[in-house]
Design a protein around this ligand. Structure first.
Ligand code: COA
Length: 460
């Protein structure tokens, strides 16, 4: 059976109420975004004063539109919204997006409650108010008024902040993280985080779910949705500090609540709490491109002792173990190291490590059942050969695909400057997560370990 939000994300017909010829208006941008989408559907501009907008026939009101409307975008001043919602209900519109601001976030609770009452007496599903809408990159539909074209991928993002949502589109492109859907929930008058987690859980185009939240309206439903979700759920929860909580209230009109309670609830439900947006993308990149870690035992390979120690500390601080090497692995690595150096974990390949040392040590860890995840690191010191470092990783990723027993994550990290940057891009575009920080690498490995645990729980 199709999920009830299927017509919301994949409508056959869309009307824009408040569509305008004026290119500076949001109603013009929203209509244009739908028209330039690579998506097949009927489009109806609604404006009482126009006959045609952007070359399409314009209707005076929703009831004039012939046939069904599956989605309505509303971009008229807040005070007219209740009237438009009544017209939507009369027309039996399935879904609506209220872009307009001027509701609870501006202290206008009465107006918001008026709209809520109209919705509750009908079957219509409503996003917003005070929202940017959504972009469905998987199907090519842009039902938002904002710029930014996400690269197609498997991360679906839910953002309580519109501006941050837009920023996340650009950040995702920069970080080579593909997006399936990105949606701004605004004041969450009806469609809430839990509805969207449930939808993305069954959406074949979504593999990882990310949320930016300031407050949750129904804590129980939120937790239940994360618990029931068969995919990793990454959560950035803002408003941790007292001052941050105050800012939350004026941004979306919501109460940030006790951070400790949120933290415990997200953990208990099996979600992964991220410290910020960059961490969400770091973790999403790892979860999208790598298999989960089946345990917390991590092998570290480096050409710089200092970086190896930093990685070990970062792993330890995040509950990841860096165990001693098994005798078998010790022997394999001992053979490839210069005579004066002995293998350890972190494995120090020494400053002049080239392709072969990286390749052979990564293979040894892939073959070792005592290791669940691998971090390969390079410091761009005097002797380092970055191309050989990235080449070895790409080769091992290819080899891993051929062996079922090699199914463990490989993450990379580096310390260096410009010369390294193009090579980093090679890895990123091949879906290999690489981070310019030992802490970020360890946190992303933690996400892979937590995902491994979630899958084990699911299979019980
Ligand atoms: N049905 C259809 N269209 C109607 C209408 C009705 N009943 N009543 C008026 N309109 C038309 C207007 O005539 C106008 O078209 P025009 O340009 O051809 O005159 C259009 O709807 C828009 O109305 P207008 O009064 O010009 O409003 P606006 O475009 O300046 O602002 C909003 C409307 C919704 C954009 C604005 O109120 C708002 O909320 N802005 C903030 C949105 C936002 O940031 N949201 C959150 C993002 S995260």
């Amino acid at each position: 059976m199709k999920h009830e939000l299927e017509t919301f994300f994949k409508p056959k017909s869309i009307a824009v109420v408040g569509a305008s010829k004026n290119s500076t208006k949001i109603g013009n941008a929203a209509l244009k975004n739908i028209l330039i989408s690579d998506y097949e559907c009927k489009v109806y501009p609604i404006n009482p004063h126009e006959k045609e907008i952007l070359g399409i026939k314009c209707y005076k009101k929703l009831s004039d539109v012939p046939g069904e409307i599956e989605l309505v975008l509303i971009s008229v001043p807040a005070k007219i919204v209740p009237q438009i919602m009544k017209e939507c209900v009369q027309k039996k519109v399935k879904n609506a997006i209220i872009i307009s601001s001027g509701f609870s976030e501006a202290g206008n609770n009465e107006l918001e409650n008026e709209v809520k009452d109209i919705i509750e007496q009908s079957k219509i599903r409503v996003l917003g108010p005070n929202t940017m809408g959504y972009k469905n990159a998987a199907d090519g539909l842009d039902s938002s008024f904002v710029f930014g074209v996400p690269r197609k991928g498997i991360l679906s993002l839910i953002s309580q902040s519109g501006a941050l949502g837009i920023g996340m589109i650009y950040l995702a492109n920069n970080e080579f993280v593909g997006i399936s859907k990105i949606i701004g929930v605004g004041n969450k008058i009806d469609i809430d985080d839990d509805d969207l987690i449930d939808y993305f859980a069954q959406d074949n185009d979504t593999k990882v779910i990310g949320l930016y939240i300031e407050a949750v309206k129904n804590g129980r439903a939120f937790m239940n949705s994360i618990k029931a979700c068969n995919k990793p759920v990454l959560v950035v929860k803002a408003g941790k500090s007292e001052a941050g909580a105050r800012a939350t209230s004026s941004h979306t009109g919501s109460m940030a609540g006790s951070d400790k309670i949120y933290d415990a609830a997200i953990k208990q439900a099996g979600g992964i709490r991220c410290r910020d947006i960059v961490e969400l993308f770091d973790m999403a990149r790892a979860l999208a491109g790598q298999p989960p870690a089946q345990g917390n035992r991590i092998g570290i390979i480096t050409n710089g002792g200092g970086l190896g120690i930093l990685l070990t500390d970062a792993c330890d601080a995040n509950g990841l173990d860096v165990p001693k090497l098994s005798p078998k692995t010790y022997k394999k690595i001992d053979k490839i190291l210069p005579d004066l150096v002995k293998p350890n974990n972190p494995i120090d390949l020494v400053a002049d490590a080239g392709f072969y040392r990286y390749e052979a040590s990564t293979r040894a860890l892939l073959e070792d059942p005592n290791i669940n995840g691998i971090i390969v690191a390079s410091v761009h010191g005097g002797y380092a050969r970055p191309r050989e470092f990235t080449g070895a990783i790409l080769k091992m990723i290819r080899e891993r695909k051929l062996h079922e027993e090699f199914k463990k994550p490989i993450l990379a990290t580096w310390v260096g400057g410009k010369e390294f940057e193009d090579l980093v891009m090679d890895l990123k575009s091949a879906g290999v997560p690489i981070y310019p920080s030992s802490w970020r690498t360890a946190r992303s490995m933690l996400a892979l370990y937590m995902e491994g645990k979630r899958i084990k729980r699911e299979m019980k």
